[in-house]
Design a protein. Structure first.
Length: 261
């Protein structure tokens, strides 16, 4: 690892050495402490690059001892991990080479677990408070909890939505009858939403075949958003259907009907 050989001790305490060079120097002043690592994080721990067909990844995991060191260092400064991953049923619970990414969407939190390289592994996930957990990858509701199990895959992220309540159903409002050449305006909303929801709208003709040219995704909450559906002069007459599916879960899918005359 790369260190600065010009660093020497005065009244600090070195917790380790690289040859004769002090590293991890601790200086206490009143109730506080200053810590000088004195090594380049780009050189230690070693992170070799591995080329893949579509991705760059780490060629090795960070040694558990290094991860524990930085974890304790950050915890002593008052930082706490909002998401804790552990290896399932292992003597050493440390699980490495996993990136945890979080996004805040008002009262909804989106979570991504991404392993760059390595193998598929089962991991336990712990958060501070109970939330309603939706697995966007597998399309399942995992229940209300602050702990759950999930699979961590290499090169593919797992996305989860953490909601303060069960996912509310979308609401659709559109005219019951329309004429050829008209534009159907459908109002989409999610009453009681704690944040924004991405709603996929899909249209089917009277014979049940999908009208893919009408496929849209609208982002909304309790405030309605308009979705425009132009009806062509040669579109078939009969009862059409419009479905609205939340990206968070298909459990709340709603279907509305309208008739083309």
């Amino acid at each position: 690892m790369l260190v600065d050989p010009g660093i020497t001790l005065s009244d600090g305490t070195a917790l380790g050495r690289a040859g004769d060079v002090p590293v991890c120097i601790v200086k206490t002043s009143g109730p506080g402490r200053a810590i000088l690592l004195n090594w380049s994080l780009s050189s230690f721990p070693s992170r070799t690059s591995a080329r893949g067909l579509r991705t760059w990844g780490s060629g090795e995991e960070t040694p558990p001892e290094i991860a524990y060191f930085f974890r304790r260092l950050l915890e002593q400064s008052g930082a706490r991990r909002p998401v804790v991953l552990t290896r399932y049923k292992a003597k050493d619970p440390y699980i490495g080479n996993v990136r945890v990414q979080r996004w805040r969407n008002d009262g909804i939190e989106l979570l991504a677990l991404h392993r760059e390289t390595g193998s598929r592994e089962q991991a336990g996930t712990l958060i501070p408070e109970e939330r309603h957990i939706y697995d966007l990858r597998d399309g399942v509701y995992l229940g209300k909890s602050n702990w759950w199990m999930n699979q961590v895959y290499p090169t593919r992220a797992r996305f989860l939505a953490l909601l303060p309540q069960r996912c509310p159903a979308p609401k659709l409002k559109l005219p019951r009858r329309v004429e050829h050449g008209e534009v159907v305006t459908c109002r989409v909303s999610v009453p009681g939403a704690a944040g924004l929801h991405a709603i996929k709208t899909r249209v089917r003709r009277p014979d049940g075949t999908p009208a893919a040219f009408h496929d849209q995704t609208v982002v909304c909450d309790g405030k309605p958003r308009d979705v425009a559906l132009p009806i062509a002069h040669n579109d078939p007459v009969g009862e059409w259907s419009l479905s609205a599916t939340d990206v968070y879960t298909a459990e709340t899918r709603k279907i509305a009907k309208f008739t083309v005359r």
